[in-house]
Design a protein. Sequence first.
Length: 290
Amino acid sequence: MKHYTMKNLKNQYGTEKQCLEAVFLNRYGKHFECPHCHLKGKWYLIDARKRYDCQCGHSLYPLSGTIFHKSDTPLTLWFYAIYLFAQSKNGVSAKEIERHLGVTYKCAWRMAKQIRLLFAEDVSLSGTVETDETYVGGIKRGGKRGRGTKKAIVFGIVQRKGKVKAQVVQNIRRATLQPIITSTVQKDAKVMTDELPIYRKLGDIGYQHQTVKHKDAVFVRGEAHTNSVEGFWSQLKRSLDGTHHAVSPKYLQSYVDEFSWRYSHRGVPLFPLLVARLALLNAGSVKALA
């Protein structure tokens, strides 16, 4: 499917029953075996309770532990909000969700926060990768209000023509950034960086390491450059500034995850991918990130 449109959304997820069934199938599958009587695929929907019962009486609550956990908002509105996230290139603000869905701002903000949980993803990068760090938020130098406010630091790794890993970090010391590189980038990769000393040991631990000296106005040296990761930073900052204007450091990682996931899955319809991730969360992870 090249494009996922509003018509597709209404046909597939236009009713509460269709939305609930989608979560059930993603979580348990079509032929899930009852843990009590061991029958497969004999589940019956109880609409009023949003649950599925086996003929033996055992019950399953497919929404428990997902982003919909303990939410009274209709699933059709949830799926429409997810559709808005999937269709937008620059993100969706809580005020926009409030206007589209006709819910309160408090409800819209919580829905947006929960939907962003779907974007967290572990990636493994190979081939030619680029690393860089950037600063987000804070007050511009010379500003009167909040002078001295620290900016948040985001460290990123981009595989050329591939995915991206971006993480909010406390500092840019080698002890902080090198473990992120080694856990994300395969050892046969070529790593392109700028001239910061924190990257000097990459060659010693098995990577093919090349650098460019930005301080000398050298931005490309053969295949060595960091243009891909800097392009991702540009897209991230434009989206944060244009859509959200300001983001609390407390929640910045969830926004970084959102735009990293968009970058990593560019060129394909995002909504079906998000629906497939609805059952990935458990109650513990939702509580920990709430």
